[in-house]
Design a protein around this ligand. Structure first.
Ligand SMILES: [Zn+2]
Length: 494
């Protein structure tokens, strides 16, 4: 999930370089395996076998789709159809390209469907690292309590878990009242076209989803920066920041450095960059952060935060000033500005530089749009600077937390993971989920597969990607309970 491309944009957007950087620091304080005795007849061994079979399908996606071996996606579809006979007979299976749209119809048409997402594709094994894998990346080995392979953490475990949950509930005689839709795209790691196609199909059918659950978030951190040292927070991603590469060009014919009348292109560019960095758009306490603070209030022991969080409207400025000083929080309240590229400086000290450009990388907070930031920047810089987007996409729309999906997910997570406080937050990475914001006010990014150690940090897109059988089984329980509670007749009409 580290990369996503967007329509009309060239290349890949590296949106979540530091995705798992904080993962694992504090996991030893939490108990990630409570209530493991729930669903005692859950066929965990079968689920493990199904995941192993899925991992053996080399569903690597490439931006150049001519390189993608789509027969491996066909193989994966065969694996799924063999593994889940009850879903096969009860649901409609559709494909768009190699993306899968599986609909288990609910009995109550008055209920909006729930969408369970995951992507089928995986990233390639990095060239030259194959021999570093302790178990071959496409063997699906089961060893040392782990299921090994590319996709074990990103994100075939979630794809399999969704289907395991439904197959299990059907096997126990449960009937969906709310339609359950599985949406498994083929190219999340590259083009993200599959998710958009599926979402458009659903939209054209007039479907509005009660909630959508996709991969994401899940990194546990100490809440010290929130004034609650010792408390452990785990974010549920409810939106993604936007992305922009803004090119600033300055033209100059150059000439001899003894005659810099009117300044040089380098000087102008430097003034522009300094003005942009020194005058960022104002930060804002968004609804997600206010909700998070509300949930954290009982744990916040330090002043002045303890006073401030009791009235976030009154103390908004104080809170913002404080958050802007915290590395873990400033990006949640502000559009970040990072000058990253400069090009065209003079090759010699006594020669004036000619045409130059710089690129500013921006990550838009929900309160800003690419257009509003561009207008803001235009006012700051010398008028001779030319501004152009190399690529840009605004922040996604924050999901509603006062919703069945968010509230139930949070409740279920608290049931299976002890001592963690689940809060709504920005999702650090880009996922397919934002494509579904057109059909749901509640798009949640959370993969409920938490590990004791730094397995995740090592594994996602890395060498020796693997998931422990325990974390996999616990994740299946989370999804099973979420699906049962929010979708099944027996729970809804109880
Ligand atoms: Zn992913």
């Amino acid at each position: 999930m580290l990369y996503a491309a967007h329509p009309g944009l060239s290349g890949l957007l590296p949106l979540c370089d530091d995705f798992f950087s904080e993962f694992g620091e504090n996991m030893s304080n939490a108990d990630l395996f409570i209530n493991e005795t729930d669903y005692p007849d859950l066929p965990v061994a079968d689920a493990v076998e199904h995941l192993r079979q899925a991992l053996r399908c080399k569903t690597v996606s490439y931006t150049d789709t001519a390189k993608t071996d789509y027969s491996e996606f066909d193989r994966l579809h065969d694996v799924l159809k063999r593994a889940y006979p009850r879903i096969v007979s009860a649901a409609t299976w559709e494909t768009t390209g190699y993306s899968l749209l599986i609909t288990l119809p609910g009995s109550d048409e008055g209920l909006k469907p729930a969408v369970f997402m995951a992507h089928q594709d995986v990233v390639p094994v990095k060239p030259g690292t194959f021999q570093n894998w302790r178990h071959e990346p496409f063997n699906g080995d089961l060893a040392e309590g782990y299921i090994w392979g590319r996709g074990a953490m990103d994100i075939k475990q979630m794809l399999i878990a969704h289907l395991e949950a439904a197959e299990y509930l059907l096997s126990r005689g449960k009937t969906p009242a709310r339609s359950i839709i599985f949406a498994f795209a083929e190219d999340e790691e590259t083009l993200s076209c599959g998710a958009r196609r599926i979402s458009d199909i659903l939209k054209n059918r007039g479907i509005e989803a009660e909630y959508v659950l996709d991969e994401g978030a899940g990194e546990v951190t100490d809440a010290a920066d929130y004034g609650a040292p010792g408390a452990l927070v785990c974010p549920i991603g409810i939106y993604e920041k936007g992305y922009g590469d803004l090119r600033i060009g300055v033209r100059s014919r150059g000439g001899h450095s003894s005659d810099p009348f009117g300044g040089t292109s380098l000087g102008t560019l430097a003034r522009a960059i300094a003005a942009i960095v020194e005058n960022p758009p104002p930060p804002k306490l968004n609804a997600a952060l206010k909700d998070a603070l509300k949930l954290l209030t009982p744990y916040i022991s330090e002043e002045p935060l303890r006073t401030w969080v009791n009235d976030t409207d009154l103390y908004e400025n104080e809170l913002l000033d404080y958050f802007m000083t915290k590395r873990s929080l400033y990006h949640q309240v502000s559009t970040t500005i990072a000058p990253t590229v400069i090009n065209g400086g003079s090759p010699a000290a006594n020669v004036l530089p000619q045409d130059m450009y710089a690129v500013i990388n921006l990550r838009f907070a929900p309160q800003d749009t690419p257009e509003s930031v561009l207008a803001h920047i235009k006012k700051l810089i010398p008028p001779e600077c030319e501004l152009n987007w190399d690529q840009q996409i605004g922040a996604s729309r924050p999901s509603e937390t006062d919703s069945l999906g968010f509230k139930t997910l949070r409740m279920v997570l608290e049931h299976y993971f002890d001592r963690l406080i689940f809060i709504p937050a920005q999702n650090k990475g880009a996922t397919d989920c934002r494509s579904y914001e057109q059909i749901s006010r509640c798009c949640l990014r959370f993969g409920p597969f938490l590990e004791e150690e730094e397995i995740s940090a090592e594994g996602v897109h890395g060498t020796n990607e693997r998931i422990s059988v325990r974390a996999f089984a616990q994740g299946i329980r989370v999804i099973t309970e979420l699906m049962e509670t929010t979708c099944m007749e027996e729970s809804l009409h109880a």
